[in-house]
Ligand binder design. Sequence first.
Ligand code: NAD
Length: 430
Amino acid sequence: MKITIVGAGYVGLALSAVLADLGNQVFVVRKDKAKNEALKKGKTHFYDPGLEELVRKDLASEKLIPTTSYRQAIPNSEIVFICVGTPSKKSGEVNLSQVFAAAREVGKNLKEGYTVVAVKSTVPPGTTLKVGQIIEKYKQKKANFGLGFCPEFLREGTAIEDTRKPDRVIIGAGDDKTIRVLKSVHRSFKAPVLLTSITSAELIKYAANSYLALRIVFANQISDLCEKSGADINEVIKGIGLDKRIGSHYWYPGLGYAGSCFPKDIAALAAYADKVGLKKSLFRKMNQINSNRAEEILRDLEERFGSFSQKTIGVLGLACKQKTDDIRKSAAIKIIEILKAKKAKIKAYDPLAMENTRKILPDIIYCNDPYEVTKNAEILLVLTESDEFAKMDFSKVKQLMKDNLIFDSRNILDKNKMKALGFIYKGVGR
Ligand code: NAD
């Protein structure tokens, strides 16, 4: 099929690369000329495992065509996916300006005949229909289009794998022809397909993200009770997870939900709930509980172990999770900013995210490996769940550190082993 993807971020680029690899002709349209030129040479502007390799393969087979021209792409496509950003406004409400601007461009460039336009950006109920109205307003008379919403569920760090093998494909559309086209483009994904209304599909995405975030909020509330009672959250999670109705997956006590999606999506759903008159929404409460968690944990650590002011602090992990260089809404960045205000000396390491962090935090010390971080550190903070950190030789770390406090925000280290090595070990909820 001939496909245009509007927006070359995490979602747009991963989808473009996978669809091109499946043999489709894919135009990926972006606004930034320099990034487009780099992409034409096989250079992506962010890291995700396997992405750059796949892009290079698709460029070589000429199945992937990066462009800044809607006119080159849209009239030559049977399907257009809108994958632009949906950031938060200050109020928490979603900012849909990128989506509506993309809709205008799609409308202006639709060819005579029939094209399917599907939104993939995460948007509140009702938005896709507005996208349809915008396209209707800007399109030429003889251009017809079918409208759909297909939520994206990929996770950064496994974007290609998730795009290729999603747990499910949701197709929100109102007419048979659109459903047929969207089904056929997703056929190679070999995932169960659920057909829904456009509005249900829009809400499914927010509901899925909110539920996952809710598990994090829940795990954190139970871990706070562990702190008070002396229980260990890892043991409690194991215990509740053995109940088949609950399951042992996706329990992440720590610094709270973070990253580029959950904070903005839960805030957007809370704002949407307010707007439609849902009093006492759970989403507003989740937002309140989660938003200052990193600060609260830091305060608690200082109450227990003394002030972090002017200390030398080693930080392992800067990105919001492992295998990505994305630092948007990363709890590690928040913590470093607080520590910097306390005039702490920060030494940091992350296998992927140091280049991005340097742009916003130029004046901390970046280390070449995780051991260098620990050298002469008085406190060590483990802030992402990387396997590289879990597998470190902590007897060596003990010798390198000046003092012996380790805070393990992801509970990835063996508490008893750390204590036996002579560390003061503190996890979350244990
Ligand atoms: P992103 O910020 O990485 O990428 C969006 C891209 O769209 C940017 O590069 C931006 O320059 C471009 N863009 C904006 N307006 C444009 C226009 N008019 N024409 C062409 N390009 C334009 O965002 P993302 O992480 O890819 O997310 C995109 C959407 O998908 C969001 O709604 C997000 O919530 C959702 N989503 C993201 C993820 C994720 O893990 N990142 C997962 C599922 C869903």
